[in-house]
Design a protein around this ligand. Structure first.
Ligand code: 6PG
Length: 223
């Protein structure tokens, strides 16, 4: 992994948004299309805000989440809602949202249909991930019910995931899909997460799921 330390959060958010935009522009130039996979949670908001105003051929960019909480879009915990409010507006309103949620009782009910929608947009051109202090990334939580399956090289694209720390049931991209991204950025802030990611580098993905994507990742950190 490459570790980049920034003088402050604001500078980190702007620099990383700029870098992500540059990587997307490269893909668009070379291949005519690109995919951008982003986290929910509280950290990435300012990057999504900046990206939404960037001049890109957004009509050829597919955007999707790393993972989704299995709640309707009007729920404040919906990551899709965050995407719509912070990224899919301004210039980026032309981007194509590939859903990780559809109204149904459980993620199991929609798993195949959602995976079919995702498949044509892989491998991921640019992946942005967050991480919890417990070393989870996407919804790959330590101790989660289907973690082992999600870490396997044979994992399907998407899996439902349930874990005590997760709250509601989740749906998540699996480790091989995340690790197969062409550019991988992990965005973290604060001393606790810095210590966690340094510890994760020496642990198995079973104990520290973020370890599954660390090898080719650039970690971006500010106090
Ligand atoms: O839906 C989610 O919760 C995210 O995709 C998750 O993996 C997130 O990135 C981490 O939990 C960090 O979240 P914070 O940025 O809020 O600390």
């Amino acid at each position: 992994m490459t570790f980049l330390e920034y003088p402050d959060r604001e500078l980190m958010m702007l620099s990383l948004a700029d870098r992500i935009a540059g990587e997307l522009a490269d893909f668009l130039r070379r291949e005519g299309r690109a995919s951008l996979c982003v986290p929910g949670g509280t950290t990435p908001g300012p990057i999504l805000d900046t990206l939404s105003g960037v001049d890109l051929d957004w009509g050829n960019v597919a955007v999707f989440l790393n993972d989704e909480r299995w709640v309707a879009e009007d729920n404040p915990r919906s990551n899709t809602r965050l995407l719509r409010e912070r990224l899919l507006r301004g210039k980026a309103h032309l981007a194509r949202l590939i859903p990780l949620y559809a109204p149904a009782e459980t993620p199991e009910d929609m798993l195949e249909a959602l995976a079919d929608g995702l498949r044509p947009h892989l491998p991921i051109s640019v992946l942005l991930l967050g991480m919890g202090a417990d070393m989870h990334t996407a919804s790959l939580f330590p101790g989660a019910d289907r973690l082992e399956e999600a870490l396997s090289a044979q994992a399907p694209l998407l899996l439902p995931m349930r874990a005590e720390a997760a709250g509601e049931p989740r749906i998540t991209l699996t480790a091989p899909v995340l690790a197969g991204a062409m550019n991988i950025h992990i965005l973290i802030t604060g001393p606790e997460k810095r210590a966690a990611i340094e510890r994760a580098a020496g642990l198995s993905a079973q104990d520290a799921p973020v370890a599954a994507v660390l090898k080719n990742a650039t970690v971006h950190w500010a106090e």
